[in-house]
Design a protein around this ligand. Structure first.
Ligand code: 13P
Ligand code: SF4
Length: 318
C-alpha cells in the first residue's frame, strides 16, 4: 500500500522499510508501546531490559531504535561503534524529564555514603552519576542482591521506588519523579470495572500509583505482563499500562479478553497512550532509515561514565 511521503513521493512504507533494512544492514528494535505497524516490522520487540540486552550484542551496522530517547541512548552507550537512529528525536519520556541532571547531581552529592540506583528511564547524563541501573523487570531481583544495610538513593520513579521498598523491606531515599501515563489511571474507574467484570484480574506496571498497585493481582514489566496474560488461568484482564502492549498480548493470548484501564476524569485524553512512544510513525521510520538521521550521538566521556552502571545491571541480571 503506497502513501504520500512528506517529499511528495508515493511510498510503500512497509516494503521500503524492509528493503532498507537489508540494504543498510540495519536492525529494528521496537518497544511494546510502539504502534502495531512498527512492532510488526521489528526484528526484535521487547521490554526495555530485553532491548538493551539485544542492543549490546547486535552485529548490524545501524540500530534503528523504535522506542524513546533514553532507550536509544542506552543502546548507543552499550554499542557505541554502531550508528543508532531514532525516528523522532522528540520522543522523550516524562519520567526521564522529571529528573534533570542539574538537580539530580546535587541530590546525589548531598548523600555521599549512598549507592545510587537509577531506573533505566533516565537520561545518559543521570546514568553518569549512577552506580547501578535497573529496569522494572529486574529492579527487585538486583536490589535484593545488595547487602541489607546498604544505603540507597533511588531515582527517578517514586512509584517503582516505593513498590521496591515495600517488596524488599528497604528504606531507599526516593527521587520525586513519575510517568504521566501511569499516574493517569483512575482507581475509581478500575474499581468499577472490577465490579462489572468479577472474573477479571487487574495487572499493572509498577510505574502505577500505590493505590492501583495495592489492588493488583499481578505487577510486572511489559514483558512480564505479556507472559502473565499468556500463562494465567484467568480469561479477562484489566491492563494498567500503556495501550500499545495490547498488540502483543492479543498475539500471544488471542482467546483472552483485555480491557485497558481508563484514566482520571481531569485528564484531557481518555486513553492510556504514551504520546512520546506514539511519536514514531511508519513515515518517520522510513525517512530515518533512508536518511540515517536523526542519529543519537553522545560524548565519549558520557559513554565512559554511564557504561559501568548499565553493564553492572546486565551482569547482575544473568
Ligand atoms: P518496561 O521496562 O516494562 O518495558 O517499561 C518501560 C516503560 O517506559 C514503561 O513506561
Ligand atoms: Fe516514559 Fe511513561 Fe512513556 Fe514509559 S509510558 S516512555 S515512562 S512517559
Amino acid at each position: 500500500m503506497t502513501t504520500l511521503n512528506t517529499d511528495n513521493t508515493q511510498v510503500d512504507y512497509v516494503a521500503e522499510i524492509k528493503r532498507l533494512k537489508k540494504e543498510k544492514n540495519a536492525v529494528i528494535l521496537a518497544h511494546y508501546y510502539q504502534i502495531a505497524e512498527i512492532q510488526e516490522l521489528g526484528d526484535y520487540v521487547g521490554d526495555s531490559l530485553q532491548l538493551a540486552q539485544i542492543a549490546a550484542n547486535v552485529d548490524a551496522d545501524m540500530i534503528v531504535f523504535c522506542g524513546v530517547h533514553f532507550m536509544a541512548e542506552t543502546a548507543k552507550i552499550l554499542n557505541p561503534s554502531k550508528k543508532v537512529v531514532l525516528p523522532d528525536m522528540e520522543a522523550g519520556c516524562s519520567l526521564a524529564e522529571s529528573c534533570p541532571i542539574e538537580e539530580f547531581k546535587p541530590f546525589v552529592e548531598s548523600h555521599p555514603d549512598h549507592t545510587v540506583i537509577t531506573y533505566v528511564n533516565a537520561s545518559a547524563a543521570v546514568k553518569t552519576v549512577t552506580d547501578l541501573v535497573v529496569t522494572s523487570s529486574n529492579a527487585e531481583k538486583l536490589i535484593n542482591q545488595l547487602p541489607a544495610d546498604e544505603k540507597i538513593i533511588f531515582g527517578p520513579d517514586r512509584n517503582l521506588g516505593a513498590y521496591i521498598n515495600k517488596q524488599t523491606g528497604r528504606d531507599m531515599i526516593l527521587w520525586d519523579g513519575s510517568c504521566m501515563v501511569h499516574e493517569a489511571f483512575s482507581l475509581e474507574k478500575i474499581t468499577d470495572l472490577l465490579k462489572e467484570h468479577p472474573g477479571a484480574e487487574l495487572i499493572a506496571h509498577p510505574e502505577s500509583e500505590a493505590p492501583v498497585l495495592n489492588i493488583a493481582d499481578f505487577i510486572g514489566s511489559t514483558a512480564k505482563l505479556i507472559e502473565y496474560v499468556k500463562t494465567a488461568k484467568a480469561k479477562e484482564f484489566i491492563v494498567a499500562t500503556e495501550m500499545g502492549i495490547l498488540h502483543e498480548m492479543k498475539k500471544v493470548a488471542p482467546s483472552k479478553i483485555l480491557i485497558p484501564v481508563p484514566v482520571k476524569d481531569d485528564y484531557i485524553c481518555n486513553c492510556s497512550e504514551c504520546t512520546y512512544m506514539k511519536m514514531n510513525t511508519l513515515e518517520k521510520l522510513y525517512n530515518c532509515m533512508k536518511n540515517e538521521t536523526p542519529e543519537v550521538l553522545l560524548k565519549q566521556e558520557t559513554i565512559d561514565l554511564a557504561l559501568p552502571s548499565i553493564n553492572r545491571m546486565l551482569e547482575m541480571s544473568k
